[in-house]
Design a protein around this ligand. Structure first.
Ligand code: AHG
Ligand code: MN
Ligand code: MN
Ligand code: MN
Length: 324
């Protein structure tokens, strides 16, 4: 039985990074406790506030955000943090080494129906001479991430983590320890499972409509096999399924609001999930470019996302490449 900290030390992870990941997990454990109590803890339902993304905040969005902030700002290694639920980055210790970017609660429309949600995080280093309370410090391309992961609060709470040496799963035990439960996760290259919010069909680009149309034709169509579909409305849960048994997950560009290049947020969702997917042998793309190669312009920037099993994502990309 290997604890998270023991495993990271075995991998020769820098002590400072082990320390920071430990702090993140203290906060996530608190989130898990609140979620487990649910109605009993009075944490279900919405607030009257709207976040910078234009969404009504759930009580748990705020609670999870406050917990992560509290624990992280207590750690002197943290130079600053940025969150989906914060208008602007929050400065920590200016001498600190790391910037932490997070989606405190992903899939928050699922909270009130007792379906899986999660916390997503991305860790960067503070570039020399940059101010950790300013957006510019955080606007680094996804390739610069030193670690990324999520905690899925499902039947059990599971941490999926990468520090750039593969992806490993750790399950939260009743003792409060995260224990290594799956090592060097690899996504199967082929799949018969896709995940997309079909209700947006009429707003997609023609390329995406053609691709999904071919999947729906099953074994009689050009793809030559019957596909199954899933939609949990929680990216963490979808990515966990993809890492566990393969699949393709996409939230593509759509024309509902031409000012938004997709729904998912590049810094809080796109980049950390892309690092996990690539580290597990999959592909993560906007449909035109690898997500981790994008140069972020704004902290709350959105992006189209298509990720998962290598051969399936490659097939999707050919529909887009053919159109030029
Ligand atoms: P969040 O709860 O952090 O705002 O993110 C929700 C995201 C993502 O988790 C999920 O894949 C997607 O939004 C669901 O969108 P729809 O409601 O359009 O299905
Ligand atoms: Mn949200
Ligand atoms: Mn989210
Ligand atoms: Mn969220």
């Amino acid at each position: 039985m290997l604890l998270l900290s023991q495993f990271l030390k075995q991998q020769d992870t820098e002590d400072t990074l082990v320390d920071l990941i430990g702090t993140l997990m203290l906060a996530c454990k608190e989130v898990a406790i609140q979620l487990r109590e649910g109605e009993l803890a009075g944490v279900l339902g919405s607030t009257d506030n709207t976040n910078v993304q234009g969404e009504t905040q759930k009580k748990m969005d705020v609670i999870a955000n406050d917990l992560l902030k509290k624990f992280l700002l207590d750690n002197p290694l943290v130079a600053g943090l940025a969150s989906e639920e914060e208008d602007h980055p929050v400065g920590g210790n200016p001498e600190g080494k790391y910037l932490v970017i997070f989606d405190p609660l992903d899939g928050s429309s699922n909270i009130d129906i007792n379906v899986s949600v999660g916390t997503i995080f991305s860790i960067l280093e503070l570039p020399e001479g940059m101010d950790p309370s300013q957006d510019e410090a955080y606007l680094q391309c996804g390739r610069k991430q030193v670690a990324a992961g999520y905690v899925l609060y499902g039947q059990s709470s599971v941490l999926a983590l990468t520090t750039g040496h593969g992806v490993n799963f750790f399950t939260l035990a009743h003792t409060g320890d995260f224990i290594l439960t799956r090592e060097q996760v690899q996504i199967p290259a082929d799949t018969k499972e896709f995940a997309i919010n079909m209700s947006n069909h009429r707003f997609w680009e023609e390329e995406m409509r053609n691709y999904v149309g071919d999947l729906l034709q099953g074994s009689e169509g050009p793809r030559g096999k019957n596909y199954n579909m899933r939609w949990i409305a929680s990216m963490v849960a979808e990515v966990h399924r993809v890492l566990t048994r393969g699949g393709i997950f996409t939230y593509p560009w759509d024309g509902r609001d031409p000012s938004k290049p997709g729904k998912l947020r590049l810094m809080y969702e796109g980049n950390p999930m892309s690092m996990l997917i690539e580290q597990a042998g999959g592909i993560s793309s906007t449909c035109y470019k690898n997500i981790m190669d994008l140069e972020p312009q704004r902290i709350h920037q959105r992006s189209a996302v298509a990720l998962g099993s290598k051969n399936e994502v490659e097939a999707l990309l050919t529909y887009h490449a053919e159109s030029g």
